[in-house]
Design a binder for this molecule. Structure first.
Ligand SMILES: NC(=O)c1ccc[n+]([C@@H]2O[C@H](COP(=O)([O-])OP(=O)(O)OC[C@H]3O[C@@H](n4cnc5c(N)ncnc54)[C@H](OP(=O)(O)O)[C@@H]3O)[C@@H](O)[C@H]2O)c1
Length: 317
């Protein structure tokens, strides 16, 4: 029997790329993305648009997966708010199509978001009821529901992360880093809270969850609940950047297309129980993020992939 086969959608995106590397040591991994592969490890990535059912079927035949890790999505919350039809097609309809096309017994892992919550309850657990306030959150929740309806054999991961991407798009962590490092004027909210996790730590936990055969819903975030301003201040402190050009602001005064839920912090204790890994401190994650700047993808992920080979307790919570 060969190694289990994994299909990763959104393979050239921020999370997908880290997963391609983290999983390739244990699994037969194939990726799909609209954009070509950019990492330093030689991996198999089919380039095309999964919203074309012909391409989707072709990818499914080529991968014949035992595990699907569905990371591809329309992730820009303001773009989703401006174009709901596009958002539902990209996040809900595509997810339904994908899970319907899966071979029998394939585990469907869906990467969801803290934005499925209303933002009224701090440290939301997996048992708390979602109540998204944005098109992005609603379309991702519909994606979750599509997975649950299609198969019992699923893992839904709600998260919020930062890291170094291909650079094709500027992710929020990279935007913040650049603003602080280049001393650009920036306003950070003091009244929007989250529990961010470094993408490498997230990938490591996902590897462990797969090894533990975890199913159901699992939240994966950082340990502390921080405002966007506190997160920026911590990055500035650790990076040795001044805060002179950083202004505090309120989300109430920001004319953004999509409303920002006030507090989407996640309780990640279930993940800690299942993986045997403590919920990571935000400070430690940010230190690694800063140290990893400019390093090739494989150098960032190697340590964690090795760590994932240590035995884990098999347990269903
Ligand atoms: N980043 C965060 O903080 C965050 C927070 C919570 C949840 N998430 C979830 O985590 C997952 C991964 O996020 P990420 O930040 O890694 O996203 P990302 O960097 O935008 O990567 C997603 C990749 O998938 C591609 N893609 C999207 N639709 C596709 C399609 N129909 N066919 C082929 N490729 C397609 C994207 O191309 P285009 O760029 O051209 O669309 C992009 O390369 C998403 O499901 C997102 O909702 C992210």
């Amino acid at each position: 029997m060969g190694r289990p086969r994994v299909l990763i959608t959104g393979a050239s995106g921020l999370l997908g790329a880290h997963l391609m590397v983290a999983l390739s040591r244990r699994y037969e991994v194939m990726g799909v993305d609209r954009h070509s592969w950019w990492g330093d490890e030689a991996v198999k990535v089919l380039v095309g648009d999964l919203e074309s059912s012909e391409f989707l079927q072709q990818a499914m035949r080529a991968a014949a997966p035992d595990i699907l890790l569905h990371c591809a999505a329309m992730t820009n919350v303001d773009a989703c708010e401006r174009d709901p039809a596009r958002a539902y097609a990209a996040n809900a309809a595509l997810t339904r199509e994908l899970v319907r096309a899966l071979p029998a017994r394939c585990l469907a892992v869906y990467i969801s978001t803290d934005s499925v919550f209303s933002g009224d309850v701090p440290f939301a657990t997996e048992d708390d009821a979602p109540g998204p306030r944005t098109i992005y959150g609603r379309s991702k929740l519909e994606g979750e529901q599509g997975v649950v309806q299609a198969t019992d054999h699923h893992l839904i991961v709600r998260t919020n992360f930062y890291g170094w991407s291909s650079g094709r798009k500027t992710t929020s962590g990279e935007w913040l880093y650049r603003a602080l490092a280049e001393q650009q004027p920036v306003t950070l909210f003091t009244d929007v809270f989250f529990t961010p996790i470094y993408v490498v730590d997230l990938a490591q936990r996902l590897v462990r969850l797969l090894a533990a055969d975890a199913q159901g819903i699992v939240h994966i975030g950082g340990r502390e609940r921080l405002s966007k301003h506190e997160f920026g201040r911590l990055m500035a402190e650790l990076g040795g950047f001044g805060m002179d050009r950083v202004r505090t602001g309120s989300v109430k005064d920001a004319p953004l297309p999509a409303p920002r839920p006030r507090d989407v912090s996640l309780n990640s204790q279930r993940c800690a129980r299942l993986t045997g890994l403590e919920v990571p401190e935000v400070r430690a994650g940010l230190q690694r993020f800063l140290a990893d700047r400019g390093r090739p993808l494989t150098a960032r992920v190697t340590v964690d992939a090795a760590g994932s080979d240590t035995p884990v307790v098999r347990r269903h919570a």
